[in-house]
Design a protein around this ligand. Structure first.
Ligand SMILES: [Mn+2]
Length: 357
């Protein structure tokens, strides 16, 4: 696939080098970000320029940013949101100057993705991320402690210590924000930024809520097809797009992921795809992540790639979380080997689909 990418955390905080990524066959894009800029601040041009140069010097491209996170004041709808929205608009303009085409982001309150085990052991001895609902029925602070104790010293996206320290304050701030209010605040944000995106040719790609269900009593607004129909209408524009994360959406067995791809790619609303597999276990909605192959999980990755192919998808795609294999003990979900295997597999499916035309 021409725009196959690999998520990278930067030379200071990723054990994987750009040269490692360059050596994964059929990989052209780095999906990057400036992880140390506090949420809500403008991304400085010189830092964007330096990242871009570093990636290009390694023979790769930087056209997708994941993520430019959204300040909680915007999601809560506080008066201070206007200041943060202005900053966000300036960040979009700054990124556009350096050839960025897609910004992946999410609109989840307080937490980014949630897992209850970062080292779930599979039969073959590899480990991956898992989610079991029974572990999140209690106090959010229990799960926070568990994530911090199990992340191998890495800071996971959305789980930065400075955010977690104020989690109690945030829960209080969100107490009057239900799904309706969150959707209104989302529309307010989109109405402000999408005209800038149109002007700069940068497409927004919201990531699904992960897992796609309410947690700790907090609302979730991108869980399924119905939510996608609502979101696309909040601001009608191809610049108001989706990241289709096959794993996140697939974590609800009622979501037909290939059908969602066919519907929304045809509507030109899918600039970015995360391709990964999950395997259901135990109670409904419980799962562990899996190698990318259809045979290893509950999702049919051939049907997913076929849906992309049949719909004429020409956006950006990357493998999503991988297992820790072959003795690798890196950032949970973001090791080198299993994601590289994922790319080889996805590219193989794609070649077969192309040649079958
Ligand atoms: Mn994803």
């Amino acid at each position: 696939m021409k725009n196959m990418g690999f998520r990278w955390y930067g030379s200071n905080s990723d054990s994987i080098s750009l040269q490692d990524i360059r050596q994964i066959p059929g990989t052209t894009q780095v999906v990057g970000a400036l992880f140390d800029i506090p949420v809500g601040e403008v991304w400085p041009e010189d830092r964007i320029a330096a990242l871009k140069k570093e990636v290009e010097d390694a023979g790769l491209k930087l056209e997708v940013i994941e993520s430019v996170n959204i300040h909680d004041d915007i999601k809560i709808g506080l008066p201070t949101r206007d200041k943060y929205i202005e900053n966000y608009k300036q960040t979009i303009r700054n990124l556009a100057k350096y050839g960025i085409k897609v910004i992946c982001y999410n609109f989840m309150p307080i937490f980014d993705w949630v897992r209850t085990n970062l080292h779930f052991k599979l039969e073959d001895g590899s480990t991956d991320l898992a989610f079991e609902h029974r572990f999140v029925e209690g106090d959010p602070e229990d799960i926070i402690r568990s994530v911090q104790e199990n992340s191998n010293g890495y800071v996971l996206p959305g789980w930065e210590p400075e955010r977690l320290a104020e989690v109690r304050r945030l829960f209080d701030a969100y107490k009057d924000v239900d799904a309706k209010k969150l959707t209104e605040n989302f529309k307010y944000f989109l109405d402000a930024i999408i005209p800038v995106c149109e002007e700069c040719d940068v497409r927004m790609a919201i990531h699904p809520d992960d897992p796609p269900r309410p947690l700790f009593g907090l609302p979730r607004i991108y869980k399924n097809r119905e939510d996608m129909l609502t979101i696309e209408k909040l601001h009608e524009s191809r610049y108001n797009g989706f990241t289709i994360c096959t794993g996140s959406l697939g974590e609800n067995p009622n979501n037909d992921v290939p059908a969602l791809i066919r519907e929304f790619v045809k509507k030109d609303r899918v600039p970015f795809v995360h391709a990964r597999n999950i395997k259901f276990m135990g109670n409904e909605g419980d799962f562990h992540e899996a190698a990318h192959l259809s045979s290893e999980g509950s999702l049919d990755m051939y049907e997913i790639m076929k849906a992309l192919h049949d719909s004429g998808f020409d956006g950006y795609i990357r493998p999503d979380h991988g297992r820790d294999i072959w003795g690798e003990n890196g950032r949970p979900g973001y090791g080198l080997y299993d994601r590289a295997l994922g790319i080889a597999y996805l590219n193989g499916l794609w070649e077969a689909l192309e040649k079958n035309d």
